[in-house]
Design a binder for this molecule. Structure first.
Ligand SMILES: *[C@@H]1O[C@H](CO)[C@@H](O)[C@H](O)[C@H]1NC(C)=O
Ligand SMILES: *[C@@H]1O[C@H](CO)[C@@H](O)[C@H](O)[C@H]1NC(C)=O
Length: 295
């Protein structure tokens, strides 16, 4: 009897493999370089022995992956990732997702658009994401200065022209609070995944299946404007000064995306860190993210 019991316990232990993790890097970053998410992947593998981690590479090389972060339309990136994840035999029993910066809203789009075709996605964790878009590029991400000014001007005057939407990733989550109608109609990526113009029930059904949707905001973020977008808040419509929280916004009040239901079910988690964009310590990550959501 005793021997069998011990054997069964051991079997249970052996079969309790950790839930795989999918990472989506931010703009100006790549999947795999050592100083980038490559290192973060190693960190996760060390903290969670035996875990299977996919750091998404958009393209056939690291250089393409970096370029695609600026120039490959998010709708295409999301489609590509949906296919990649569906074909991965190690993810068939589900996974947790972690998005970095713009990878946050892209990974959310994966959940919403193809979650029903993938193994169950348990927790979605977004670090410094731009869920309501950006209006302004204070430090202009990783771009160099002249390009930065050009990009800023381009976005201010022409973000919603379809050629810009088609050629610059960041235009697809540009959100001009002075003209919400224009945004809803012309933003080819963000307005769609936020159900601004029409409601796609699949998006709601898929998102609501998450166990938790964890959003981390960086209190001194000098890159993302406004910072509130990291918690799904934004400027109140019609001006670019006063901020509103997710709970004060129309998307929540009319529950266009299922976020109100998720909030009421305790599925939305709002965390913050005092530093600049994506600055956090390993200890904080272990205690606040790994232990509650990834083990
Ligand atoms: C990878 O390379 C193949 C063959 O050249 C190409 O068809 C495909 O589009 C490339 N994938 C991406 C995401 O660029
Ligand atoms: C809603 O989203 C699903 C999944 O991405 C898609 O197949 C469908 O065409 C969308 N429906 C509309 C009306 O856009």
């Amino acid at each position: 009897m005793k021997w069998w019991f011990g054997f069964l316990l051991m079997l249970k232990y052996v079969s309790a493999e950790p839930t795989p993790i999918v990472l989506w890097h931010g703009m100006g970053d790549t999947c795999c370089l050592a100083y980038s998410l490559g290192l973060f992947k190693l960190f996760l593998e060390k903290q969670i022995p035996g875990v299977y981690v996919v750091s998404l590479k958009i393209g056939n090389s690291t250089v393409e992956d970096l370029e695609n972060g600026y120039f490959m339309h998010p709708n295409k990136q999301v489609e590509y990732v949906c296919e990649t994840l569906a074909q991965d035999p190690n993810l068939q029993n589900g996974f947790n997702g972690i998005g970095f910066s713009q990878g946050s809203q892209f990974l959310r789009a994966v959940v919403q658009r193809c979650g029903h075709k993938l193994g169950p996605i348990k927790n979605l964790i977004t670090l410094g994401g731009q869920h309501q878009g950006v209006y302004g590029l204070p430090h202009c991400f990783a771009l160099q200065h002249e390009t930065c000014d050009y990009v800023r001007k381009l976005l201010n005057y022409a973000a919603y022209y379809s050629w810009v939407q088609n050629s610059l990733v960041q235009a697809t989550y540009w959100h001009d609070p002075l003209d919400e109608k224009k945004y809803a109609k012309n933003s080819e990526f963000l307005a769609d995944i936020n159900n601004e113009l029409q409601i796609n029930q699949t998006y709601i059904d898929n998102l609501i299946k998450l166990e938790h949707f964890v959003m981390v905001k960086f209190e001194s973020d000098s890159i993302v404007q406004p910072r509130e977008t990291e918690w799904f808040g934004f400027y109140a419509p019609g001006q670019a000064k006063d901020l509103i929280t997710l709970q004060q916004s129309a998307i929540y009040k009319k529950d266009r995306l299922g976020l109100k239901k998720m909030d009421e079910a305790g599925k939305l988690v709002f965390l913050s860190q005092p530093g600049d964009h994506l600055r956090f310590s390993e200890d904080w990550f272990i205690d606040t993210i790994i232990k509650p959501y990834l083990l």
